[in-house]
Design a protein around this ligand. Structure first.
Ligand code: SF4
Length: 594
């Protein structure tokens, strides 16, 4: 093993006290220093932590932002999500290939630049966008690319990026501020109210507000905190899920930029309520550009007695927050996968029960809450549960942050009261003639104009916050196919219904889009979609067929227009396969086909 690699790894592992649970941090740092995780680096990490190399390999191979292959000195990751393609991403990609001289998936001959595609990086409001190492380049135009590549090659880009705070460069596009998350706040006000109550009274205040988790599932927050508080363990943990990976979602990015204090205030109050001394915020790898900024906010809070020991003078109330950077895996948005990832493992979902509230991080009682939920909790303590419960609808109290993108004049983040109709939403964002609205991202619901009277709420149209508007000019079935490709790519592969089922869905969609679909294929698509939904082990698989199922239901005529008027056409064509093989090999088949 090269002495350089061994020395670097030893130093990095030492920085984290050789803590196996911080394998993610160690691997991030090794990759930053050595460029990629070579076999030698992998063995050195395993040796330092006293674990098998397979554990390190297993973890590294799982995440999109970690690499086992040599990369260019600068890695350009261009987002190829649906919204990016709608806004000219393919032209930008062609411009990159021309300027760098290689195709995506390759490294330039001089080793200076790698080109890679990546799924949604949380910039759909300023698409197309790319990550240049960890720096975000939003609103790219093909004309910008030659200059950008030149500046990367000269080294100016990295220098400029290091000098300018990135959070200030990315537009927040915060278009509508509501009364809860984006209202002005007084530092520490909510914490001071909380510590003058007992933890039980704090949970009761949340209960009065009827706050439900903002990630989409809508579990009552007070109930989660109560379960967690009552669960026995050596330690309790608060985890903030800042891994918004649903394509089209970017509202957490805006909270983290515009209202990080309210979030940290919410985490601190959660800590007080459940009896935790430690909080962890799992920041998606794509938002690494916010890491330093958030550390500064935490630093400032420690100096103002809002974190650390005896917070706000309350004897014995100790709480602090650590930021854990993720490494790119959509499934880590699922809370048990996120916990696995926080423990430095691949982010595969756990079997439940036990639920995290009794056995979560390090098998201790853990409350995992969404960024927005924690902000709401802080505001509830400041202004009261009854005040909050008056906003929104009966079953969906308060406000909801919507990240709106796609075919509309004013993409951005809107804080609205629950109960808003899709019609009102479309007027608000400047699109009066949408063909479809995707509520909740690819895992949500695709609704047609006849459903525009429906309301954003848990009782009607629940959403984690992603809203994508599709104009009349879009080929909706092509979009369904791309959403399905996303799920094929992001499936962790653990269970067959999701791993195999999503691939089969894709084959049927391909067949239909190529004009070889028949009536039977629509029946099979529906059956397969329902099987994947029912049989999959976690939320990813349980929602992966939604693009197909909801468009089959709401846009049946689009499918019917693409199929042939016949009962069945085989999915596999022997003749076609032979013809393709003959073309590739340059040989003629000797098989006689009757
Ligand atoms: Fe993994 Fe998909 Fe199964 Fe979830 S449903 S465990 S993501 S294979």
């Amino acid at each position: 093993m090269s002495a350089n690699i061994a020395t670097s790894v030893e130093k990095i592992a030492g920085k984290y006290n050789k803590n196996r649970n911080q394998l993610m941090d160690i691997v991030h740092d090794v990759q930053a220093e050595l460029g990629y995780i070579s076999e030698q680096a992998l063995q050195a990490i395993a040796g330092e932590l006293g674990i098998h190399r397979v554990e390190v390999q297993d973890m590294v191979s799982f995440y999109h932002l970690l690499s086992r292959r040599p990369q260019g000195k600068t890695v350009v990751r261009l987002c190829n999500a649906v919204v990016e393609k709608m806004h000219g991403m393919e032209d930008v990609a062609a411009a990159f290939e021309k300027a760098v001289g290689v195709s995506f998936g390759s490294v330039s001959a001089d080793g200076s630049i790698s080109l890679e595609y990546t799924s949604c990086i949380g910039m759909s409001d300023q698409a197309p966008a790319a990550l240049v190492n960890s720096t975000v380049v939003p609103s790219l135009k093909k004309e910008d690319v030659p200059g950008l590549v030149e500046s990367i090659r000269r080294g100016d880009y990295a220098k400029r990026a290091a000098e300018t705070p990135q959070h200030a460069q990315v537009e927040s596009n915060l278009i509508k501020r509501g009364e809860v998350v984006f209202a002005p706040m007084e530092l520490g006000a909510a914490i001071r109210v909380a510590i003058n109550k007992t933890p039980e009274e704090v949970i009761n205040e949340i209960n009065i507000s009827r706050l439900r988790g903002r990630g989409g599932a809508g579990f009552p927050t007070a109930m989660k905190w109560d379960f967690c508080r009552k669960a026995e363990g050596d330690a309790h943990y608060v985890i903030c899920n800042a891994d918004e990976g649903e394509p089209g979602t970017f509202k957490d990015r805006v909270i983290l930029t515009e209202a990080p204090d309210l979030l940290f205030e919410g985490m601190t109050i959660a800590g007080y309520a459940i009896g935790a001394k430690s909080g962890l915020i799992y920041l998606r790898g794509e938002y690494e550009y916010l890491y330093g900024y958030l550390q500064q906010v935490l630093y400032r809070r420690r100096h103002r007695d809002l974190l650390g020991e005896n917070i706000c003078g309350r004897e014995g109330f100790d709480f602090d927050i650590r930021i854990q950077l993720g490494a790119g895996a959509y499934v880590c948005g699922e809370e048990s996968s996120l916990i696995e990832s926080l423990e430095g493992k691949r982010g595969a979902p756990r079997d439940r029960p036990p639920f995290p509230v009794t056995s979560g991080y390090l098998n201790q009682p853990t409350s995992v809450n969404n960024v927005e939920t924690l902000c709401c909790a802080a505001r509830i303590l400041e202004k009261g549960g009854e005040w909050f419960a008056k906003l929104g609808t009966r079953d969906s109290t308060g406000t909801k942050l919507l990240s709106i993108s796609g075919d509309c004049r004013h993409p951005g983040v809107y804080e609205v009261e629950y109960g808003l109709t899709v019609d009102d939403l479309l007027s608000m964002v400047g699109e009066e003639d949408a063909q479809a609205v995707q509520v909740g991202g690819p895992s949500g619901i695709c609704i047609a104009p006849k459903g525009y009277g429906r309301r954003i709420s848990f009782e009607d149209l629940p959403t984690g916050g992603s809203i994508i508007v599709f104009g009349r000019q879009r080929d909706l079935l092509q979009i369904v196919k791309e959403f399905t490709e996303f799920f094929v790519e992001e499936s962790c592969g653990w269970c067959a219904p999701c791993r195999v089922g999503t691939t089969l869905l894709l084959k049927y969609l391909d067949k239909i889009l190529q004009g070889r679909g028949a009536r039977e294929d629509l029946v099979k698509l529906k059956e397969l979609g329902n099987t994947i939904t029912v049989m999959s082990r976690c939320g990813l698989g349980q929602t992966a067929a939604n693009p197909v199922l909801t468009t089959l239901k709401n846009f049946a005529s689009l499918y019917r227009a693409r199929i042939k008027d016949t009962d069945a056409i085989p999915l596999f064509s022997f003749d076609k396969a032979i013809a393709i093989s003959s073309e590739i090999t340059g040989r003629q088949s000797t098989v006689e086909v009757e």
